[in-house]
Design a protein around this ligand. Structure first.
Ligand code: 13P
Length: 263
C-alpha cells in the first residue's frame, strides 16, 4: 500500500468532525446531541461537532462534561472592529470552542473565499489557540482536467506559507473533493489515499515530520457503509462529515469506524 508507514498512523489520534452546516434548531440540536451521547462510548477517537454559530453556546453547554468538543464553521480574518456579521477567533475561543473549519468549499464557492483569505483565517485561529480544520478540494472539472494535485497543492501551500508550522498538531487538514460533497458520490479509498499521501508529502517538505504529525481527514458523502474502507487507508486519519452527522447513530457509527483504525 502506498503512503507512510502504518505505524505512523497510530501516532495520530483519529478525529471525526460533524459539520452541521445550516441545519438545526434549539430543540433538534438537543435531541441530536443526546442521541449521540446515548450511543456506546468511543474511546479511541476524538469527536467534534460544528453547529451554526448561533447555536455554539447551546451546544457547548450540552456537551460539557462529555468527551465531545465543539468547533465553529467559519471565522473572521479580522481581529476586531467594524465587520458586521462576522465572528472573531477570540470570541470563539472565549466561548470554549476548540476547533474552527476554514476554507470549506461552500465558503470558497458561495462567498468567493480565496486561498489567501483562507490562510489569513487559519492564522487568526492559531493566534488564539483554536485548531483550524483547513479544507482543500478540487472540483469535478479540475479533476477531469488532470489538475487535482496542482489545485490542492496551491490551496495547501497558501496556508503553509502564512501559518507557523513549528507547532505540530496545531492544525488539521481536510480533503473534501467538491464533487463528492452532498452528492452521494464518494472518492474511492484509493483515490482519497493518493491525495492524502501527496498532502502529507507536501507537509513534510515544509518541515520534517510535519506530515507524520498532522491529521488529514477525508470529507464527502461519508456514510457508515463506506467509512471503514476509507479509514483503513494509511494516510486517512478520520472524517469531516456533513449529512450523516445529522443522524446520531450514523455519526457515531462513523466515529466507531475511525476509532477501530486508530491506536
Ligand atoms: P456530506 O457528508 O454531506 O457530503 O458533506 C461533506 C462536507 O461538506 C463536510 O464538511
Amino acid at each position: 500500500m502506498e503512503g507512510f508507514l502504518a505505524s505512523e498512523k497510530y501516532m495520530r489520534r483519529p478525529l471525526v468532525v460533524g459539520n452541521w452546516k445550516m441545519n438545526g434548531s434549539l430543540t433538534s440540536n438537543s435531541h441530536l446531541l443526546k442521541a449521540m451521547q446515548s450511543c456506546p462510548a468511543i474511546e479511541g477517537c476524538e469527536i467534534v461537532i460544528c453547529p451554526p454559530s448561533i447555536f455554539l453556546t447551546q451546544c457547548l453547554a450540552e456537551v460539557s462534561n462529555t468527551r465531545f468538543a465543539i468547533g465553529a464553521q467559519d471565522v473572521s480574518e479580522h481581529k476586531v472592529g467594524a465587520f458586521t456579521g462576522e465572528v472573531s477567533a477570540a470570541m470563539l475561543a472565549e466561548l470554549g470552542c476548540k476547533y474552527v473549519i476554514v476554507g470549506h468549499s461552500e465558503r470558497r464557492q458561495f462567498h468567493c473565499e480565496s486561498n489567501g483569505l483562507v490562510a489569513r483565517k487559519a492564522a487568526r485561529a492559531l493566534d488564539v489557540g483554536l485548531i483550524p480544520i483547513i479544507c482543500v478540494g478540487e472540483t469535478l472539472t479540475q479533476r477531469e482536467s488532470g489538475l487535482t494535485f496542482h489545485v490542492l497543492a496551491e490551496q495547501l501551500d497558501a496556508v503553509l506559507n502564512v501559518i507557523d508550522t513549528d507547532v505540530s498538531s496545531a492544525f488539521v487538514v481536510s480533503y473534501e473533493p467538491v464533487w463528492a460533497i452532498g452528492t452521494g458520490k464518494t472518492a474511492t479509498p484509493e483515490m482519497a489515499q493518493d491525495v492524502h499521501s501527496m498532502l502529507r508529502e507536501k507537509l513534510n517538505i515544509k518541515r520534517p515530520n510535519l506530515g507524520v504529525d498532522t491529521r488529514i481527514l477525508y470529507g464527502g458523502s461519508i456514510k457508515p457503509e463506506n467509512a471503514a474502507a476509507l479509514f483503513s487507508m494509511p494516510d486517512i486519519d478520520g472524517g469531516l462529515v456533513g449529512g450523516a452527522s445529522l443522524d446520531g447513530s450514523m455519526f457515531m457509527s462513523i466515529a466507531k469506524s475511525a476509532s477501530d483504525f486508530g491506536s
